[in-house]
Structures are given as C-alpha cells and as structure tokens.
Design a protein around this ligand. Structure first.
Ligand SMILES: Cc1cc2nc3c(=O)[nH]c(=O)nc-3n(C[C@H](O)[C@H](O)[C@H](O)COP(=O)(O)OP(=O)(O)OC[C@H]3O[C@@H](n4cnc5c(N)ncnc54)[C@H](O)[C@@H]3O)c2cc1C
Length: 474
C-alpha cells in the first residue's frame, strides 16, 4: 500500500474453489502463509507494499488461463507481474490474485530466421544471454533485470533505438490469454488489431505468454561512451551535447544523465558526493568506429572520470543493475516529451535539478530520432514519435518521511516543464499512475479511441485494469 491508498475489505474465498484451482495449476499457488509469499509480492519500488489474497506462480499458458478464469469466477482483481519494475506498482494488488509470470522466462532463438521467442515473464537478462552468443540482439532497456513484458508493451526505450527503434517496434507476434482465458495469437495476419495494440498499448488486453521478436546483428564488442562531467558545468555541456546529437549517426543512442556519485569503491573516492552529468551512449557498430564517432563527447573540457570502453552489448546491459536494486528504495518517476532543447529549456531543467531533495535521484534527457521516428505514428499504438527529446525525473529516496518532498518536487518540476512539452509522456514512467486523463493524454485522442475499440474486443469488462488503463468503450 502507499499512504494514498485505502485498504479494501478482505473477502473470503470459497475453499473448495481454491482447492480446485490449486489442483488445476501446474505451478504453485501461494497464500500469506506460504514461505515464498513475501519474497514474491515484493516489487522494485519499496513504496509499494500490497498483499494479494493469492499469488499464482504460473509455469505455462494453461496455468495463466486457469488463473484468469479462477479470478473472474471469484470476482478477484488481477495483477500481472513479470520483472516487477513498474514504478507505479501495477504488478501487485491489495487483495486479489497476482499472476506471477516470472517463472516463465524461457527464450528460444533462431539466428537463421533472426527471431527470438520469449516467454511472458522473462527479463532482458534472459534475452541478451540467449541472443548475443549468436551475434544477435533486439532492443530492450538499460537494465537487465527489467521485465520484457512491461517494457515492451508500453514502448521500450534502450541503447539500440537509433538503429532498430523501440522494443515494441521489433515485436513480430505474441500469444496471450484473454479475459475469457482463451489463448489468442496476434500477428500481422491474425488479429492484427491486437498486435497493433500490444505495440505500445500496455498490459490492457490479456496476459502475454509468448513474444516473438525480430533480431538484428550486433558486433561482438560495441563502444560504451560515458564521460562524467561536473553538474556545475552542465549549462555549457548540454548545448554542446544537443548540437552534437542533432547530426550524430543513427548508430549512436544515448542520454544525458544527472545523478550524484555515491560513496562506492566503483567510483574514484575524490568524486564521491559530487553532482554530475554523464553523457551515456552506445554506438551500435564496430567498437573502434564507435570510439572515433563519440570522441567529441569526451572532449567537452575536463571530465571528473570516464567509464567509456569497448565491451559486449550484454555487458553494457548489466552495467547499471547494481545501482537499482529491487525493493530497497522509494521511487516516483515521471516523464514528459520535449518539443526541443533550446537554451531556455536547458536552464529550466537545471533550475529544477538544483532543487532535488534527494542525492539518490536520477534525471535524464533522452535523445530520440533515427529508427524510432521512421515508424509511422499510426503504425503502432505507441503513437506520437515526433519528440526530439524526453525529460524523465526519477526521484529515488529512502524513508517514508521523504515521500512528500520528493513526490512534490517531481510533480512541481513536471508541471512547470509542460511549457516545453509536446503534451505527451512515456507511460512506463507515469508517476504513480495518478491523474484522470494521464493515459488518454499520453496516447492522444485518435490512438486512445482506437485502443478502446481493441480493448472492447479482448477485455470488454476491463478485467485487466492494474495498468496504464484504457477504458473500453460501451
Ligand atoms: C530500474 C529501472 C530501469 C528502467 N529502465 C528502463 C529503460 O531503460 N527503458 C524503458 O523503456 N523503461 C525502463 N524502465 C521502465 C520499465 O519499462 C517499466 O517499469 C515496465 O513496466 C517494467 O516492466 P516489468 O515487466 O518489469 O513490469 P511489471 O511491474 O512486472 O509489470 C508491469 C505491468 O506490465 C504489464 N505486464 C507485466 N507482465 C505482463 C504480461 N506477461 N502480459 C501482459 N502484461 C504484462 C502489466 O500491466 C503490469 O502491471 C525502468 C524501470 C526501472 C525500475
């Protein structure tokens, strides 16, 4: 529970129905007395402390179908959990049934067909481990522990976006269990409306049990560019970065990332506690070419340190994992797409960052372009792709006494930044999902209306509503 939530009255379940459900499941059904219950209900954001009545640990599509049918028959809220990284905490419900997909993490690869088939509860670590030994990759995010499902279904922004687009742009087909417990296949030729909706429309249409992704060749080592500059020089560095990125090749994807260096032996001790801006990028091509292309980013005056180097893509995918451990910190993350990054926008960003209450906080300016913008806006439910930059405010702190200051800071900075926004936001960084029109505004009226029609077809009673919710028409 967060302090904003009221606890619903616990409802008694029919013991015979529960027994029959347990007997039908091949995976385990946990209740609050089960040893694994607490460990399984914990998700990434420590602010979220909810207690499902039951947790179904599914191991196959039949388990997922049984879970959906059981929850509906018993009138239970359904939450779906894959990587558990959703910062708004949609993966776990108070009362209700949590469908835990995390045991379904198999990945099958065909380098010959350039395809990977990924089970619905896998993390990006499982995908990268299975594809990169064959010189292949598909765009994920920046952290290997993030779930494929949540990230892909609402877009998926990672290091390969300039060359290959968003994660959802590489989704070729999917199998899901719908609100009636049926197994439905979605591809360009079968239920194409559903595939369109799954490419950005979130976990609204059912529980995905299998994703099929397009794979791309990746060099054995690529170049990770990560010079770290002092934040007090950001007013000088950000315009240089913006101008450089405007003409940079599609192979280069990255972001300008603000943070405070922790007291951690992984960093030089003399910079512990310093506020910094890291220009973090990956060049999707031969490492030596990447080093040459990114050289100007490492020559914007004195650096505090530099984490750049040639390394395998799968290694880069794990570099940040240790910074973001599960269940330790309280978090409130919110994003907005920027129309541009002129000097006034930069000044406003830096003004807000100077007032951040927590030194654990991250904030980033993500560059877009390349393959993301070559996909037609109506080709996927991700909708608008016109934004050249995204600003994300990732407040992180410890202790409930910091909630008000940190959430208040993000909300106030976010509201002020609306003056520079396209009016859209990235739904994987949605605050706590609050705001009556948040989802509608993020998609825009036309895409939202089309999503409502698809929702009506596959989930007319809004059974799947622990998500960035699309309300079905009618
Ligand atoms: C540390 C961290 C780093 C991140 N980095 C990035 C990044 O680099 N790029 C980026 O784009 N995003 C990033 N995100 C945001 C991330 O994409 C979202 O939080 C996403 O929701 C996480 O997916 P998940 O499967 O782990 O989520 P979960 O919390 O497990 O699930 C979230 C929601 O996804 C849906 N869902 C989950 N599983 C299924 C399924 N099998 N079928 C249908 N729907 C399902 C449900 O609606 C569920 O409520 C990051 C988040 C964190 C915490």
């Amino acid at each position: 529970m967060t302090k904003h939530e009221a606890k619903p009255a616990a409802r008694a379940l029919d013991p015979e129905a529960v027994e029959a459900f347990r007997a039908e499941m091949r995976g385990e059904v946990l209740d609050s007395a089960s040893e694994a219950y607490d460990e399984t209900r914990v998700i990434w954001n420590a602010m979220i402390d909810r207690r499902p009545t039951l947790i179904a640990r599914c191991v196959n599509a039949a388990d997922v179908s049984a879970s959906v049918r059981f929850a509906r028959a018993q009138g239970l809220t359904i939450a779906m959990r894959s990587g558990g990284h959703n910062v708004a905490g949609y993966a776990v419900c108070e009362g209700g049934l949590m469908i835990d997909m995390s045991l379904m993490d198999g990945v099958r690869v065909s380098p010959a067909l350039d395809r990977a088939w990924v089970e619905g509860g896998a993390t990006w670590a499982a995908v990268d481990r299975a594809t990169t030994p064959f010189g292949r990759a598909t765009p994920g995010g920046l952290i290997s522990a993030t779930g494929v499902a949540g990230l892909t279904l609402s877009g998926g922004i990672g290091w390969l976006r300039g060359t290959h687009g968003l994660a959802c742009d590489n989704l070729v087909a999917a199998d899901l269990i719908d609100a009636e417990g049926r197994l439905i296949h979605a591809s360009e030729t079968e239920n194409a409306d559903l595939l369109w909706a799954l490419r950005g429309g979130g976990g609204n249409f059912g529980v995905v049990v299998n994703f099929e992704f397009r794979l791309h060749a990746i060099a054995p080592e690529v170049f990770f560019c990560a010079p770290i500059y002092a934040e007090e020089r950001a007013a000088e560095i950000l315009p240089l970065w913006r101008d450089f990125m405007t003409t940079a090749p599609d192979e280069l994807s990255g972001l300008a990332e603000f943070s405070t260096i922790p007291a951690d032996p992984a960093y030089p001790e003399e910079i512990w506690g310093r506020r910094v801006v890291a220009l973090a990028h990956v060049y999707d091509g031969p490492a030596e070419e990447g080093e040459r292309v990114t050289a100007p980013l490492r020559a914007f005056g004195p650096m505090l340190t530099d984490f750049s180097g040639a390394m395998p893509y799968a290694t880069i995918q794990t570099l940040y994992d240790g910074i973001f451990p599960k269940g330790r910190d309280r978090c409130y993350w919110k994003s907005t797409y920027l129309r541009g990054l002129d000097d006034q926008v930069i000044a406003d960003i830096l003004g807000h960052l100077s007032r951040r209450p927590s030194e654990m906080t991250f904030a980033s300016v993500w560059k877009f372009g390349g393959a993301v913008q070559r996909v037609a806006p109506d080709a996927t439910a991700f909708g608008d792709r016109s934004m050249p930059f995204m600003f994300s405010l990732d407040a992180i702190w410890q202790g409930a006494d910091g909630d008000e200051a940190n959430i208040g800071w993000v909300r106030s900075a976010w509201s002020a930044m609306q003056a520079h926004s396209t009016g859209r936001m990235y739904l994987n960084f949605p605050g706590l999902g609050e705001g009556d029109t948040l989802v509608r505004d993020a998609f825009g009226a036309a895409t939202y209306a089309r999503l409502q029609q698809v929702k009506r077809r596959y989930d007319p009673h809004n059974v799947f509503r622990m998500n960035q919710n699309i309300v079905p028409v009618g």
